[in-house]
Design a protein around this ligand. Structure first.
Ligand SMILES: [Fe+2]
Ligand SMILES: [Fe+2]
Length: 474
């Protein structure tokens, strides 16, 4: 089933057969395009960008590469193909047929879940909108635009669900998704991490590694949902999300690689000397890592959560890889270990597993992050540099949950307010760090050339040669 791009809204959901829905979405479309004009990538008008566009939802068909004139990107609605006979795999409805319509009693909960996910998609485009002006290469500029258009498509995915299944209040929520703004004092995005700034490319790569990966875990949990349209939407989004995380991991890997190269060639380790050579010192990388990791951990919510328990029991949001877990999928009587604060000690405490599902998803996420950090450390080891990047302790710099009011060092010690104040400049990026990183940012537009602070990628997009012109300027 190939997607017909001559339609106003390309889709694989038979929109042409549902005129009411089609009209509602065609009514929302100009508002989306206005939002994109206002909040999409700055200075990108009339570029031809070598982008991936889905041409079918089947595994072989969704990675079609060609030049696309940026504002003319065709955002469409694609759901993964249905699995005939799919059942609900967890919670009190376990074993029942997956819902094709929204169950009345879960309507407002499901809508909230979809709006919260949907809100993150335009938010990240807003956070990244000025980065095109300082891309370190055409390859990176292309990747930024790819991520941005796909986040725009993820918004379409959630808006489709709101329009198709939630009637008038769904349509109102779809409009509100275009009205909130990342970082706006009066009408901010829903989740805190999506109101932070992404001021430079180091922050962008960290965001793509850490925060897009939160997206992956949320989508994976929603992919398990008993509400089948949500599951199918998320399954297709996950395929796109993989590329965003690749951009983050390989971006940081290339920065680490370039820094090592310069340190080795010059025989230096002192961060000030490293900076003087126009590359990012490893200590600054660590502080950015600490910031983006800790801010993203908060996105999973409180350790103990009755909302999370309800989402699970009601069959709306599962665990990561729910269907592969060997247990009763009800969590009857099951326990899960969480960290708690006891005076100035961190202690492990067993709690009801169904209450601790946020923590479980956060732990699954942390495991995957650790894998990426280990791969960056391989680059350091190979270069013979005696420095190791580390994930900070999960209680470090938290704003939500048990540790929101505690001061915990990156190595997991509860510290006094005074010690926190004294050390936080070693633990989190300072204004001086950010100012330094900004001095390195400058647009490189010659095909095959890279800014001094980052190595070229190991291979090109779609196996293109090193000097491929990923972006053609008008
Ligand atoms: Fe997304
Ligand atoms: Fe993403």
């Amino acid at each position: 089933m190939s997607i017909d791009y001559s339609q106003r809204i390309p889709n694989n959901v038979n929109l042409a057969n549902n005129k009411t829905l089609q009209r509602a979405l065609e009514h929302w479309q100009p508002a989306f395009l206005d939002w994109w004009q206002a909040m999409g990538p700055e200075g990108s008008k009339a570029f031809d960008v070598y982008l991936r566009t889905a041409v079918s939802a089947e595994p072989a068909g969704w990675a079609h590469f060609d030049y696309v004139r940026m504002p003319d990107y065709r955002w469409g609605i694609f759901l993964a193909l249905p699995e005939p006979g799919r059942l609900i795999n967890f919670g009190v409805h376990k074993g029942e047929a997956a819902w094709q319509e929204v169950p009345g009693e879960y309507r407002s909960t499901l809508r909230r879940i979809i709006v919260t996910q949907g809100d993150t998609e335009p938010a990240s485009v807003e956070q990244q909108r000025h980065l095109g002006l300082t891309a370190p290469s055409l390859y990176d500029l292309r990747n930024l635009f790819q991520v941005n258009v796909e986040e725009g498509r993820h918004l379409w995915a959630m808006v489709y669900l709101l329009h198709a299944y939630f009637g008038r209040d769904g349509r109102e929520e779809a409009e509100a998704l275009l009205e909130r703004r990342s970082g706006d004092a009066d009408n901010p995005r829903i989740l805190a991490a999506f109101n932070e700034k992404t001021p430079d490319w180091l922050a962008f790569f960290m965001f793509a590694f850490f925060t897009d990966r939160d997206g992956k875990f949320q989508l994976a949990a929603l992919n398990e949902s008993g509400f089948d349209p949500l599951s199918r939407t998320c399954r297709f989004m996950l395929a796109e999300e993989a590329h965003h995380m690749f951009v983050g991991e390989s971006g940081i890997g290339r920065i680490v690689g370039r820094t090592c190269e310069v340190m080795k060639a010059q025989g230096i380790e002192d961060p000030a000397k490293v900076r003087a050579l126009g590359v990012i010192d490893l200590q600054t990388l660590q502080r950015y890592l600490n910031f983006h990791f800790s801010v993203t951990l908060d996105l999973y919510g409180s350790e103990i959560s009755s909302n999370a328990a309800n989402f699970y029991t009601q069959g709306l949001k599962g665990r990561f890889e729910e269907s592969r877990i060997q247990d009763d999928h009800l969590l009857t009587g099951a326990e899960y270990p969480i960290l708690d604060l006891s005076g100035d000690q961190l202690v492990v405490k067993q709690v009801s597993a169904v209450q601790a599902l946020n923590e479980r998803l956060r732990d699954d996420y942390i495991k995957e992050c650790a894998g990426g950090v280990a791969r960056w450390n391989k680059v350091l080891q190979k270069a013979g540099i005696g420095f190791e990047l580390k994930l900070p302790h999960k209680a470090f710099h938290r704003r939500i949950g048990i540790f929101a009011d505690a001061h915990v060092s990156p190595d997991g010690r509860v510290v006094s307010e005074a010690e926190w104040t004294h050390h936080s400049r070693d633990w989190l990026p300072t204004q001086a760090d950010r100012d330094f990183v900004v001095t390195l940012m400058g647009r490189v537009t010659e095909a095959g050339k890279y800014a001094n602070w980052i190595s070229p990628p190991a291979r090109g997009v779609d196996n293109k040669p090193a000097d491929f012109e990923y972006v053609r300027f008008a």
